[in-house]
Design a protein around this ligand. Sequence first.
Ligand SMILES: [Zn+2]
Length: 283
Amino acid sequence: MFIVTLSIIGALSWYGYTRITELSGQVALLQSTLASSTAVLQNNLNEATTSLGSALQQEKQNVQAQLGGVKDQVGSITGTVTDLQKLSKTDPELLAKYSKVFFLSDNYAPSRLVPIPSNYLYSDKVSLLIIPEVLPYLQKMLDRAKDDGVALYVSSAYRSFTTQGALKGQYRVTYGAGTANQFSADQGYSEHQLGTTVDLITTGTNGQLNGFDRTPAYAWALKNAHRYGFVLSYQKDNPFYVFEPWHWRFVGVKLATYLHEKNTYFYMLDQRTIDTYLIKLFD
Ligand SMILES: [Zn+2]
């Protein structure tokens, strides 16, 4: 009985042992299959990620390039629109050349005018007007002159056609028609009617404009006025009109600086060249 029992146990053990070995083998096989499958999957995943990554990267670059293009386009359209708005708001008369045969319409008047603060005026008995865009340039110029110890004041600014006519009449009465035509207004009146032009004066000339060219104030203006956008319209020995050392027209800092550097004058340029500065008039 004992032997039988032992034999049964032995047989069972053998069976058990064999079965366990077999199962272990299967498990090992499964594990190795799983491992290699995992490796393959991981590899596939890596490849997929890489190619997806580069595709995404490419797509991202494409989108960025397109966006950049759109931005450029939007930028240039915005720029053009801004330029057009600036141009549409800038009165081309402000940079027109006037002469004895080409002058501003009698009916022309600036859309807005503001008074020049009285501390910039030679006389406190008058009120002088200028267009608002030019006022800050005028103030800066006269402030700088003062800082440099130069007495520079405004004796005339905007003049309507009617005022101009009256002034001319007054000159005619005082000096006779010939002289009146010579030094008032036939040509200069248009520029005063624009509201961008001033007659400058200094102390020590008894309130007279004549002789201004022999004063330190004139020398200062010749050297510095362009920095504030003002130019001498009728320089000495000009072929267009009498010399008016006191008469300064605002043409913008860019154009005034150009004229100063080229040592030339507004009326020496052709109108087409001048017109390219219209957009920069108040820059
Ligand atoms: Zn003048």
